[in-house]
Design a protein around this ligand. Structure first.
Ligand code: OXD
Length: 309
């Protein structure tokens, strides 16, 4: 019986995945044509429908195509006892670091203001601020947040991070736990959210947390839309508590056309593209783990779905 890896991806063509696995002894099939379900040994998925993987009697490991795991959390999505591996791959990390650097630099160098001024024919110059005087706070210091923090310190920014437990990233002050969240926010000029979505992080950006930021701060969200109370965010933008927000993720995606966020002048909006998994490099992570599974070795980056990371 062939060992099948079943793939469910939103935007890559199946042939690209086939190319990425061409030298590995596994049969790839697209989600829409799974063939015999007892041949499916592994799945590599984004937002699989609940209940479907439970119909695969010989399923051994589930690989998430995305870094986040919330898409696997709906009840009945992951069958009991099947290990889940999250996506950790260099291109996904590199893409996220680029996204964060782009937006931090855009705010840091007042490009948002110059974009607005241009429309008014306004030639005003704004005094430059040194990176060391710009305090960037990163919510979530895992694989993505930790790498973004390091890239920012490399550019001379003053960087601090907040996470559930204490983290150690060179030159980055670590705040941790609910108690330290307000102190972290108090010293954050540019807030970057790269948290996983869990019960504890749902609506973590709300009227209270936004009020803990210095007046005129900026917010960059490449975590999850579920982490933001969108009404509170709009209010903070209108009151000036926030000077701008770069939003890549939303509670409902695609963002409904009726949302005020679309046309808000202080919002830079992108359609959940901060970073994407690349078949060529992510296949190495999947192949390595399938080899480990076959050899009876522990998987790398096995996830704890209760924590969603
Ligand atoms: C991810 C994402 O989880 O694209 O990787 O949001």
């Amino acid at each position: 019986m062939p060992e099948v890896l079943l793939i469910k991806s939103d935007f890559d063509r199946f042939s690209i995945w086939q190319e990425a696995f061409v030298d590995f002894d596994i049969q790839l099939r697209p989600w829409e044509s799974p063939g015999q379900l007892d041949e499916v040994a592994y799945t590599l998925v984004w937002q699989p429908e609940s209940g479907v993987m439970a119909t695969m009697p010989n399923l051994k490991v589930i690989f998430s195509i995305g870094a986040g795991l919330d898409h696997l959390k709906p009840a009945g999505c992951v069958p009991e006892g099947i290990p889940v591996v999250r996506m950790v791959e260099e291109q996904l990390t590199a893409g996220m670091v680029e996204f964060v650097l782009f937006h931090v630099l855009r705010y840091h160098r007042f490009m948002d203001v110059y974009e607005r001024n241009r429309k008014e024919g306004d030639w005003s110059e704004i005094l430059q601020v040194s990176a060391a005087d710009r305090r960037v706070g990163i919510l979530g210091l895992g694989e993505l947040g930790g790498n973004a923090a390091q890239a920012l310190t490399g550019l001379g920014f003053s960087v601090h991070g907040w996470s559930r437990t204490e983290k150690s990233v060179p030159k980055v002050k670590s705040y941790f736990g609910q108690d330290q969240l307000p102190s972290f926010l108090n010293v954050t000029d540019i807030l970057v959210c790269l948290l996983p979505l869990t019960d504890a992080t749902y609506d973590i950006i709300n009227a209270d947390t936004l009020a803990s930021l210095p007046e005129g701060a900026f917010f960059i969200n490449a975590g999850r839309g579920g982490q933001v109370d969108e009404d509170a965010l709009l209010e903070a933008l209108d009151s000036g508590r926030l000077n701008g927000a770069a939003l890549d993720v939303f509670k409902t995606e695609p963002l409904p056309r009726t949302s005020k966020i679309w046309d808000h002048p202080k919002v830079y909006l992108t359609p959940h593209i901060a970073s994407m998994t690349t078949p060529a490099s992510s296949s190495r992570h999947v192949i390595n783990n399938i080899k480990r599974y076959r050899a009876g070795e522990p998987l790398t980056h096995q996830a704890d779905l209760n924590r969603a990371y």
